[in-house]
Write a protein that binds this ligand. Structure first.
Ligand SMILES: [Zn+2]
Length: 206
């Protein structure tokens, strides 16, 4: 499969690809490119692509193929996030439970191109019911769905199985956040050793 190298960002530690160049059927709706996000204004220039390390994009394509068998698909809410944007999010939220401080350790794994935020769409690419909206920093965002709706439980479970099978880890406090399992491989040795990071292991049972 042809992979288009659309960016070589030194701060991300390696090449990044447009996820849709690897699988054009994956839906992309970068929430930080519009106003529907926690700061209420666009943090990305218009037309920003969803970028990630090539291995992450391949993993997403595998998850997409799995989901297609169940008449679902992936929608990407965020992928590579420049450190400058992470700084703005940090200042806007000041919630270290959810937003990584860009000045501590390696910051956010999004800034290394090894983490994505993803949800499900149906076979017509329409949103389906999930436990919460993106960046909902409340108990509703927990990886383990504790609500009463069987359809929501089934949707989040399917997303988790698809992503786990494709080589990603989830995050206990944000059902939409996924990190490639061997993320340490993509960080400089020193950074990986001292990493204070989010979303590095499954913290619940599927
Ligand atoms: Zn995330």
């Amino acid at each position: 499969m042809a992979v288009t190298l659309s960016s070589l960002d030194a701060s991300a530690g390696g090449p990044l690809v447009d996820i849709r160049s690897v699988d054009p059927t994956i839906i992309v709706e970068l929430r930080y490119a519009g106003r529907n996000n926690l700061v209420g204004y666009p943090l990305y220039p218009q037309g920003t692509s969803a970028l990630a390390r090539p291995e992450v994009a391949s993993g997403l394509a595998a998850a997409q193929a799995f989901l297609r068998r169940y008449q679902f698909g992936l929608k990407i809410w965020d992928a590579y996030r420049p450190v400058t944007v992470q700084e703005k999010l940090w200042h806007a939220s000041h919630n270290s439970d959810y937003v990584a401080n860009p000045e501590i350790g390696v910051g956010s794994l999004h800034s290394w191109g090894v983490a994505v935020d993803a949800t499900l769409v149906d076979t017509w690419n329409r949103p389906v019911r999930m436990p919460s909206d993106f960046d909902d920093f409340t108990p509703a965002a927990m990886w383990h769905y504790a609500g009463p709706h069987p359809d929501i439980r089934a949707h989040v479970h399917l997303l988790q199985v698809a992503m786990r099978n494709a080589g990603f880890w989830g995050l206990r406090t944000e059902w939409w956040h996924f990190t490639i399992a061997d993320w340490q491989k993509y960080l400089p040795n020193q950074a990986a050793r001292t990493a204070q990071v989010y979303g590095t292991q499954w913290q619940g049972k599927l």
